[in-house]
Design a protein around this ligand. Sequence first.
Ligand code: PEP
Ligand code: MN
Length: 345
Amino acid sequence: MIIVLKPDATKEQLDGLMELIEGMGFEYNLSEGVQRTIVGVIGDEEQLRDAPLTAMPGIESVVPILKPFKRASREWHPDDTLIEVGSLTIGGGNLAMIAGPCAIESEEVLLEIGESVKNSGANILRGGAFKPRTSPYSFQGLAEDGLKILQSVGQQLNLPVVTEVMDPRQVELVERYADMLQIGARNMQNFNLLSEVGQTRKPVLLKRGLSATIKDLLMSAEYILSNGNEKVILCERGIRSFDNSTRNVLDLSAVPNIQSESHLPIIVDPSHATGRPDLIPSMALAGVAAGSDGIHIEVHCQPEKSLSDGPQALLPEQYTAVMKQIRSLTELFGKVIPAPSDTSA
Ligand code: PEP
Ligand code: MN
């Protein structure tokens, strides 16, 4: 439930309230917004209802959180959540421009792609070392060797790096090398994995499952949040539908829809959503116009030689062109594309 304090509530009144909640053994979250201070409490609602909360001075109202997701909900945290990834802050008008190849193939290839996307304004480098492939015979990724390459290239370019973790047993390894952990669409409801990344303090990029509803996605975020990790960034990457002219169907309304339900940042991935380089630029622009907190695009210098998702990769010059167009939209939509600060390397 949410306890809303009166605008003129005193510090003593707030302290008294927190003492009471703690004394009852509940977990709480204090959110001091610009307008109001609210305290979110999770626990047995019946027991809480018996507490003399409404009678306490300084308290305006006590409202139950009706949504099944609590910590992910706007009620719990009315202001947008800002998340630091390396030296970069995501949310609050900052666009996360995540770019790189689908898979890490070699240091040489990743460095070439990384340099070009950084020059175009990308501020996070991506690349998979553990790849969720439909076929067991397809390239599965370079595993730890790939993670080492990713970390090294990220450091050389002073870019934070994100990579996918597919299994709870890999979390410890991947978090040693990555600034942000990606949970792929296929693992969005791997609840053991969600709990495991919830126990780390690394930001998590949680991609929407292939046939997941908005509620499913937010419930998955709740697994991570309830395990203690508050740094969750959501990603709309297209959902399955009957039409097969695109790889998936990009649900752009998910962006404002989620923003009304949740305080967590949400970014758009037009690469996996469309699977088509000819459609990626317009959908990237539409993602910014829809209010997203970032755009995730796969880029490769030689898509025909790429070991994974080659057909959907943009060439570096195509990425440069789309970044130029996105930049022309930023002012209109109140966004900026921050460069990672030089102090983080
Ligand atoms: C990826 O980012 O390369 C990937 C496999 O994405 P998704 O999980 O969205 O399919
Ligand atoms: Mn991919």
